[in-house]
Design a protein around this ligand. Structure first.
Ligand code: SF4
Length: 441
């Protein structure tokens, strides 16, 4: 039997696509082995979101061939898509698969077995209108499955390379999504995360006006066996009365919403080419808070964007102090070749970015703790994901519907993969809340 191994860099969409390729290879008779073991085929699924991610992708390709010199090395994904002359830049690679080409991996490998000639399958992604279809029934994370529903982005934020390497919005057929979720439910998954490059654009490339993100969620909510639907990053503009009221009627959708803010200063948002104002963002947050009970609202923030003055940063800091979100992911701005922001004047010095990040990190730690502590004394449902050792003691751990991490003193291990109701007793450490399983008390 032939063997294949995978190394995946970057986001959940990449992980989903690696899972999709792994299923295709398994169907073709390959055994998938851990990365680093001897394998006939090694697939490195690369990332280009920052210059550092590109560098790491390059290093991993190099390492893959070094540890396994006889392997057929397949390089795929966004970094590969972003390089002008791949054959010159990555001489160790045998097969290049750009975006929208990964689902042909089996036939390209068959061709390679016949002639051992290098292959370059990189197409002009900006003119692609077809969705690259995969179907997964399993994934490496075995309690929560990421389901990709669309690819591409039409937004062109000035710091982001993604529209250039992933192309325009392409939505997956709604029946295909539903069938995949049914097969994940049949494999025992209780929770899915609806994933894509810009999920709220779902359906905009399809003529039927009934095919849109809200109706997709309505359809997925009907699938038996799935108990939780989590949404990945939402466009702040998509949080409308209609969307929020519909979603509030879907019992499986978790009250956990990731609304990417990026900056709390309108001037910075304009330079980023984000299509909302801080006022519109705040309206969305208030609407969610009116309709849902204690929604967990999380966000991303970029600090040190070109031209971000002390005043602009202060506006962001004050805005975030005031709006008090559950959790923010803070990213010091990282230059990306090929983007407009990379050519902007007034690039911010690394120390300033570091200082600003630290200020926001301290604010984040406070907000996060306050939100999580507000559940002490409450009952919550937790999807038990694994057994872990914390300070020499065994716990079963998982996430609540609001994505709070909860630890229960380990008892019955058959609870892994199941949803249990627990009572939150106290904070265990900075990461977990400690809870008692109600069935044990
Ligand atoms: S919305 Fe902006 S940040 Fe997100 S993928 Fe599109 S261009 Fe990039």
């Amino acid at each position: 039997m032939n063997t294949a191994s995978f190394l995946t860099l970057g986001c959940k969409v990449n992980q989903y696509e690696s899972d999709g390729m792994a299923e295709l290879l398994k169907k073709a008779g390959y055994e998938v082995v851990p990365f680093g073991e001897a394998a006939d085929v090694t697939v490195v699924n690369t990332c280009a979101v920052t210059n550092i991610a590109s560098r790491k992708s390059r290093q991993m390709l190099n390492r893959a061939k070094k540890v396994n010199p006889d392997t057929v090395l397949v390089a795929c994904g966004c970094y590969v898509q972003s390089v002008d002359d791949v054959l010159e830049a990555m001489p160790e690679v045998d097969i290049f698969l750009g975006n929208n080409q990964k689902n042909h991996i089996v036939s390209y490998l068959e061709e390679y077995q016949k002639n051992h000639a290098k292959q370059n399958h990189i197409i002009d992604i900006n003119h692609e209108s077809a969705y690259e279809s995969f179907a997964i029934s399993n994934t490496v994370n075995n309690s929560r499955a990421y389901v990709k529903v669309q690819d591409g982005c039409n937004r062109f934020c000035t710091y982001c390379i993604i529209p250039y390497v992933r192309g325009r919005v392409r939505s997956r057929d709604i029946d295909d999504v539903a069938n995949e979720v049914k097969s994940l439910a049949a494999s025992g998954f209780k929770e899915i995360v609806v994933t894509g490059i810009h999920v709220t654009s779902y359906g905009m490339d399809i003529e039927d006006p009934d095919i849109n993100f809200t109706n997709l969620l309505v359809r997925l909510n009907e699938i038996d066996g799935i108990e939780r639907i989590r949404l990945s990053s939402l466009e702040p503009n998509s949080v409308t009365e209609e969307f929020v009221n519909t979603v509030a009627g879907l019992d499986k959708v978790c009250p956990h919403f990731h609304l990417s803010l990026q900056s709390g200063c309108d001037e910075t948002l304009k330079r980023m080419n984000r299509h909302y104002t801080t006022k519109e963002y705040r309206d969305g947050v208030e609407l969610l808070r009116r309709v849902f009970d204690k929604p967990a609202i999380t966000t991303d923030v970029i600090v040190g964007f070109p031209g971000e003055s002390e005043d602009e940063f202060r506006s962001t800091f004050d805005y975030l102090s005031d709006i008090e979100l559950y959790e923010m992911h803070i990213f010091p701005y990282s230059r990306r070749k090929g983007t407009i922001a990379d050519t902007m004047p007034d690039q911010i010095n690394g120390n300033v970015k570091h200082e600003r990040s630290e200020k926001l990190r301290r604010l984040n730690a406070m907000n996060k703790e306050r939100f999580e502590d507000s559940f002490i004394g409450s009952e919550v449902e937790v999807l038990i994901e694994e057994k872990v050792d914390i300070d020499g003691k065994c716990y079963l751990v998982g996430h609540s519907r609001r994505y709070v991490k909860v630890a229960v003193e380990a008892g019955d291990e058959t609870l892994v993969g199941r949803i249990v109701t627990v009572s939150i007793d106290r904070r265990l450490n900075s990461e977990y809340m400690l809870a008692t399983n109600d069935a044990d008390s």
